[in-house]
Design a protein around this ligand. Structure first.
Ligand SMILES: *[C@@H]1O[C@H](CO)[C@@H](O)[C@H](O)[C@H]1NC(C)=O
Ligand SMILES: *[C@@H]1O[C@H](CO)[C@@H](O)[C@H](O)[C@H]1NC(C)=O
Ligand SMILES: *[C@@H]1O[C@H](CO)[C@@H](O)[C@H](O)[C@H]1NC(C)=O
Ligand SMILES: *[C@@H]1O[C@H](CO)[C@@H](O)[C@H](O)[C@H]1NC(C)=O
Length: 348
């Protein structure tokens, strides 16, 4: 009797807990999703001081008339996990140390594997917590821009990259595509590569995500834009972003409608299309597959999908530029991607 009933107790306990979880799950889940506290004042002040230092330093430098002999690309890695594809990026960066810098913003509340190789020591100093679907992602991108501006006056292009991004070409190809070095000397009259779209059906809900009439007068609906979070900005545009306080004041307001809350997809395209539309490509060079997207996430590629043909397909674009980067890839794609690196990805 005793021996038969003991295994039953844990089973019943398990069943009861399962029932409780199932009953309450719908009310648990939205809580984590809704978690978008306002940005703490201390973080705001810390950022403001960083951004002001960056813009002042840049202004002082330009008064001195410094010219860039060898402009660099600043790769800004925005992550809240390990940098899954760092071995692939390491191969990408090999032998070009004079033409790039790396900066990493990792969510400070998450323990990530210490970055090694070219990534070692590249985590920036000013880090604050990031939450999906909140303006904290805008702040993190701006911190990366400011740190890169302060760090090296040769940083000319600023490419925002996530841990799920991969390169689609060699470094040399990327550099030449951006600086157009084929024509001989480098002319630094360049455009930013940032997606800017206006006629998307989602725009009205996104515009009102913080409440009705909240965005005016700074951001009238006609000026509200959407685009990919992952951009490549020129130094001039990066400084515009760091100087902005007018639009930021609106975009930082926490959302009421969390289902339409993706501030990082709107702030940069809206700001730059208001300040310098002609200076922007309006398309992104980071390929993303929105077919069959779920819950605001684009298609994630798994190892079974990785092939030479996929890389070739992802490069194809309708603009005059090939795509340079692509997302999102699951971490276990590293091995098949490394297998393709020499013969496919970095061969162009
Ligand atoms: C790149 O550097 C590695 C060592 O880091 C070296 O073995 C390789 O030959 C170099 N490749 C080129 C193309 O210079
Ligand atoms: C958006 O506008 C562009 C240019 O005005 C047009 O080519 C495109 O077809 C429009 N897209 C949609 C979905 O309406
Ligand atoms: C985009 O994702 C869909 C699945 O959601 C897949 O069927 C399609 O092949 C992908 N397109 C490319 C170009 O990889
Ligand atoms: C290029 O444009 C065509 C026609 O609008 C479209 O079907 C195709 O998906 C586009 N390709 C890419 C890579 O955006």
């Amino acid at each position: 009797m005793f021996s038969t009933s003991t295994p039953l107790i844990p089973t019943i306990a398990l069943l009861i807990s399962l029932i409780i979880i199932l009953l309450f799950a719908p009310s648990f889940l939205p809580i984590t999703h809704r978690k978008s506290p306002p940005i703490p004042l201390a973080d705001e002040l810390d950022d403001l001081s960083l951004f002001t230092r960056a813009t002042r330093r840049a202004a002082a430098k330009s008064r001195l008339g410094t010219t860039n002999q060898n402009p660099k690309i600043a790769f800004l890695f925005l992550t809240n996990t390990d940098l899954y594809f760092s071995p692939l990026w390491q191969l990408f960066f090999n032998n070009h140390s004079d033409l790039y810098n790396i900066y990493i913003h990792a969510d400070p509340t998450v323990q990530i594997a210490p970055p090694s190789g070219v990534f070692e020591g590249r985590v920036i100093g000013n880090l604050h917590r990031t939450y999906r679907g909140t303006a904290t992602l805008i702040s993190a991108a701006r911190r990366l821009l400011a740190t890169a501006i302060l760090d090296d006056s040769s940083n000319f292009y600023f490419a925002l990259i996530s841990q799920q991004c991969i390169p689609l070409h060699s470094f040399k190809y990327v550099y030449n595509a951006l600086f157009g070095t084929d024509s001989g000397s480098i002319v630094l009259d360049k455009i930013s590569f940032i997606e800017i779209k206006s006629n998307e059906s989602i725009l009205w809900d996104r515009y009102n995500a913080r409440g009705k009439r909240v965005m005016v007068p700074e951001v009238p609906f006609e000026k509200f834009r959407v685009g990919s979070q992952f951009f490549i900005l020129t130094r001039r545009h990066s400084l515009m972003v760091l100087r902005d306080q007018r639009l930021w004041k609106k975009f930082k307001i926490p959302c009421i409608n969390v289902h339409s809350c993706y501030p990082e997809e709107h702030y940069f395209p809206t700001l730059l299309s208001m300040l310098d539309p002609k200076g922007c490509s309006s398309y992104t060079l980071t390929r993303v597959n929105w077919t069959g997207s779920v819950n605001g996430h684009p298609h994630t590629y798994y190892p079974s999908e990785v092939s030479a043909q996929l890389i070739y397909t992802l490069r194809e674009s309708n603009s005059s530029h090939s795509y340079l980067f692509a997302r999102k890839f699951s971490p276990d794609c590293l091995k098949p991607l490394l297998d393709l690196s020499e013969e496919v990805i970095f061969k162009d």
